[in-house]
Write a protein that binds this ligand. Structure first.
Ligand code: ATP
Length: 568
């Protein structure tokens, strides 16, 4: 092929990276030889690259340089555009763009009228073209870093992405010379970034991925079963719980302080507001690290400088409502998945806003101590939340870049598709002559995608002998009880408790919520004769795609055994 369009691969060699493309920021990552994902810093040293483009006399600025142009050159600065791609103009919410180039209707899609050439002419630039330019800049930074031309990528997309948005993103990237090998969902990328760590133990678990960004928060409940990820439910918020709402809390706080001293509201003037917004965001980030932070703006309004400080406690009080909204959004997603807070094994905090210590602390309070909250302020070994998506995408890119396109579709789709799932757990109860009512132990967890197989070893009653192994459905229930108050010599332990009436004591008693199994339908029973004292039984269960179940039971370490198939 002599002349090739930009976007077509000029040689069979593929150099692929992972791209996380957000409304506020984007990140690029690659995997080193050992399969470790690293985030690439661009020429300015940024790993979180603002998804912003700005034009001054025909020259294009990108990332942080472009973001700072929101103060002086807002009309020629395009920001917060990712969610407009592949959408009808009539369906978009242009609010985030009130202080940058305004989106406008262009043949039913979205465009911006900007002066992007040296001439004074205003050009209509579609959101698709803006995306192409943005991806071109990201790929170019990655190419400079890697020393070879990047020509392919795995790009992350939100869970509510539409087919039109996928097509538009793929086309825009292609025009930038980047073949999209695959689009993976943002929460899947975050889980992958954690699970690909060498020390990670892949086990069945329920994970909440809270992707808290600048303009939106997306929650996904993910079931990880035998290394397969299934998304059980999602929740999205664009109005009450995201980074810009936290910025607004600080903007309002500092604006009030400024008004008190200077009798003028900086929020009323576009340029003053843009300056204050940039500084308030920086203050907010500093408050994630330290107990105090300052905010200084030169010539904020009417030529008056502004300088102030705020401590974290005050900030957390002021932002209490927004913090509450994050927690509620997560609770909503858990409920939608038909799960309880107690079912959650891990919470992965992803996205820039997840650096906020208060959010993790609130989640520590919401979930039981057994739930791992993976965020920098609750776990020192947590991965930087801002880099999770890009890392996951890079890992996926390294896995799929050798594949043919059709194979990629086939091999990676089951990771996130809606395959059938078990509604209830399947588990085992071992009973004998002496122990008539065995304890239920789950072997295949609820929400496991089928087909699947699991093997487990279960203790038998102490003296061994003939046992019956029951394979049953398990229904998870939440048992609520009241914690008994500690008593000394029959009296309540606390000094002032004598004053309390019984009723008050009851009210104060701490509620204990526990996960318990209710045994449902018995699917099969198998007898194993003469199990050794202290011996165990091994149970293998295979659930087919049509929900037919095959069961094998034998004494652990023994030969033979009982095998049976159940049709559903
Ligand atoms: P969206 O698509 O929702 O706009 P995004 O995925 O493009 O977001 P992220 O980088 O995940 O962007 O999140 C950006 C938000 O994170 C911004 O509001 C930013 O101020 C905030 N943020 C970044 N770092 C910190 C920090 N250290 N502490 C608190 N907030 C932070």
């Amino acid at each position: 092929m002599s002349s090739q369009e930009e976007g077509e691969l000029s040689s069979p060699e593929i150099t692929a990276i992972g791209i996380s493309f957000g409304n506020s920021n984007s990140s690029i990552a690659y995997t080193s030889g050992e399969g470790k994902a690293e985030v690439i810093a661009n020429e300015e040293g940024d790993r979180q690259i603002p998804s912003v483009l700005s034009y001054i006399e025909g020259e294009e600025y990108h990332g942080t340089q472009a973001k700072s142009q929101l103060v002086r050159n807002s009309k020629n600065t395009v920001a917060y555009f990712r969610d407009f791609l592949g959408r009808d103009f009539d369906s978009i919410d242009p609010t985030p763009c009130h202080a940058s180039a305004h989106p406008q209707k262009h043949e039913s899609t979205v465009a911006f009228s900007i002066q992007d050439q040296e001439s004074d002419a205003q050009n209509i630039v579609t959101v698709s073209e803006i995306t192409t330019r943005h991806i071109r800049r990201l790929a170019s930074s990655a190419s400079d870093f890697l020393g070879k031309k990047v020509n392919a990528a795995v790009i992350t997309v939100p869970t509510n992405v539409t087919e039109e948005q996928r097509v538009a993103l793929s086309e825009a990237a292609k025009k930038a010379g980047v073949e999209v090998l695959q689009m993976i969902l943002e929460p899947t990328a975050a889980v992958l970034a954690y699970d690909a760590r060498p020390e990670a133990k892949i086990k069945d678990k329920i994970i909440v991925v809270a992707d808290l960004g600048g303009t939106r928060s997306d929650i996904a409940i993910v079931a990880s079963r035998g290394g397969i990820y299934s998304i059980l439910s999602t929740s999205h918020d664009y109005e009450t719980a995201a980074g810009v709402q936290l910025d607004q809390v600080l903007i309002d706080h500092f604006a009030k302080e400024f008004i008190k001293k200077n009798k003028t509201d900086p929020r009323k003037n576009e340029r003053s507001m843009a300056k204050l917004k940039l500084e308030a965001e920086a203050t907010k980030k500093a408050l994630s690290l330290g107990g105090n932070a300052s905010c200084s703006v030169e010539s904020l309004a009417n030529g008056i400088d502004f300088s102030s400080t705020i401590n974290r406690t005050r900030y957390e009080l002021l932002a209490g409502k927004v913090f509450g909204a994050f927690t509620r959004l997560i609770e909503e997603a858990v409920r939608k998945a038909d799960l309880d807070i107690l079912d959650v094994d891990e919470v992965i905090l992803s996205g820039g806003t997840s650096h906020t210590p208060k959010i993790s602390q609130n989640l520590q309070r919401l979930f039981p101590p057994t739930t791992r909250i993976l965020s920098p302020s609750t776990l020192p070994t947590a991965i930087d939340p801002s880099s999770l998506s890009a890392r996951g995408a890079a890992i996926q890119a390294s896995l799929v870049q050798e594949f043919e396109k059709d194979d990629i579709e086939q091999s990676t789709h089951p990771m996130v598709t809606v395959t059938p799932h078990l509604r209830n757990a399947i588990g085992v109860m071992v009973v004998s002559e002496d122990v008539k009512k065995g304890l239920f132990s789950a072997l295949v967890e609820k929400e496991t995608a089928v087909p699947c197989r699991r093997t487990g070893v279960f203790a038998v009653p102490r003296d061994g002998g003939d046992v019956i192994v029951k394979i049953c459905e398990g229904l998870r229930e939440i048992k609520v009880s009241k914690k008994e108050k500690a008593k000394i010599n029959g009296k309540p332990a606390s000094d002032d408790s004598e004053l309390d009436s019984d009723d008050e004591e009851d009210e104060e008693a701490e509620e204990i919520r526990e996960k318990v199994w209710k045994v449902g339908t018995v699917l099969a029973e198998a007898g194993v004769k003469g199990v050794k004292k202290g011996g165990k039984v091994e149970v293998r269960i295979k659930v087919e795609a049509d929900l037919g179940v095959q069961v094998e039971v034998r004494e652990a370490g023994g030969k033979g055994g009982v095998r049976g198939t159940l049709e559903k």
